[in-house]
Ligand binder design. Structure first.
Ligand code: NAD
Length: 328
């Protein structure tokens, strides 16, 4: 935002019921910012609003960010409730999924993409007209350090977070090219001590027990949600295109830029023993039935394979000067 002060501005924060989102709401409210705190969990977001002092300036909204219509509806409701267009949208809501590509169920993959990728796009596009109208807008999309490097068992999370980064960086270039009054920042947190590990979905055959995963996550996280919120808000104030959160995020960013694609060797060496744990034993097990190819592609694939077979047979027969039986 052009303005260095949040006083009297209107911010919309998703995933406001816990972790980074809750800390952002409390920090912004302390600075006199009006906040629409959004979450899918009604009790949790009402608690956040209570902690912020509530009243007319900080209000709770309950909807699923993966529901495009609901997001666009809420954009109108929020504008009308506060009587002004939003200046700031922080697309922060997110979930985790631990599953190898081999074993990942489509429903889990789509669940994660709905929230972590599409939810960010819906929030951006639902509020963009208001941000432009405000004359002083800012889009803040929360990716991850996993939007810069990949790890084992996090393909869906990586896909969503790399996607958020690409989408957000493109938006920033567009806003500048079109001379529109909207700043854009992409946030890349390292490990932050929040509830995300506890609510992550883990494929049972990955060998990662929920309790072990949460314990491991607590051990490796270096930054509190309050500190993360302070870094993000400082980044917004300075219109930073990329906001790295935590010392681990800075180290990983440097490693990726220094090593290039060879970062994968380091990431594998460090993360494989932690992420796989006992699962090395199940790595050769047959994938669960949900992994089977969707039936719609079965028929065309068979026909295409048949056409290739016929073509190959014709070519061979042509070379041998004989008519192939299969071409009849
Ligand atoms: N904690 C970390 O180490 C870390 C690291 C990198 C990036 N991030 C990202 O930071 C963001 C915030 O995560 P967090 O760590 O504070 O997690 P968290 O679990 O503490 O909070 C996430 C919030 O999002 C809400 N939410 C989940 N699904 C939703 C939906 N469909 N619609 C609306 N709200 C929904 C949850 O109810 C919860 O209140 C996420 O995008 C996450 O991917 C977190």
């Amino acid at each position: 935002m052009k303005s260095k002060s949040f006083q009297g501005r209107l911010a919309v924060v998703t995933g406001a019921g816990s972790g980074i989102g809750r800390a952002l709401v409390l920090n912004l409210a302390r600075q006199g910012c009006k906040v629409a705190a959004c979450d899918i969990q009604s009790q949790a977001v009402k608690e956040t609003v209570g902690l912020a002092g509530g009243g007319r300036e900080v209000r709770a909204y309950i909807f699923d960010v993966a529901d495009r219509e609901a997001f666009f509806r809420h954009a109108e409701v929020i504008k009308s409730d506060f009587g002004q267009p939003a200046n700031l949208i922080i697309n922060n809501a997110g979930v985790g999924l631990g599953a190898s590509v081999r074993e990942m169920r489509w429903e889990d993959f789509e669940w994660l993409m709905g929230i972590n990728f599409w939810g960010v796009c819906y929030g951006t596009q639902a509020f963009l007209p208001q941000l432009i109208e405000s004359g002083d807008g800012h889009v803040v999309n929360v990716s991850s350090i996993y939007g810069m490097i990949s790890g084992p068992l996090t393909s869906a999370y990586n896909a969503a977070k790399f996607g958020v980064r690409g989408y957000t960086e493109s938006l920033r270039i567009e806003m500048r090219a079109e001379g529109l009054p909207v700043e854009v920042s992409c946030v890349h947190p390292g490990g932050i001590r929040t509830n995300i590990a506890k609510t992550s979905r883990l494929a049972t055959s990955a060998g990662l027990a929920q309790a072990d995963f949460s314990k491991w996550f607590e051990r490796i996280t270096l930054t509190s949600p309050d500190k993360a919120a302070a870094i993000i808000i400082d980044g917004i104030r300075h219109n930073r295109p990329r906001i790295l959160v935590g010392p681990d995020a800075h180290t990983i960013d440097l490693m990726q830029r220094t090593l290039g694609i060879r970062y994968q060797w380091v990431a594998g060496a460090l993360l494989n023993p932690l992420m796989y744990g006992k699962s090395r034993k199940v790595a050769t097990a047959a994938p669960p039935p949900a992994q089977a190819a969707p039936p719609v592609s079965a028929e065309p694939a068979t026909k295409a394979a048949r056409r290739r077979e016929v073509k190959a047979a014709k070519a061979v027969a042509g070379r041998a000067g004989a008519k192939p039986k299969s071409a009849a």
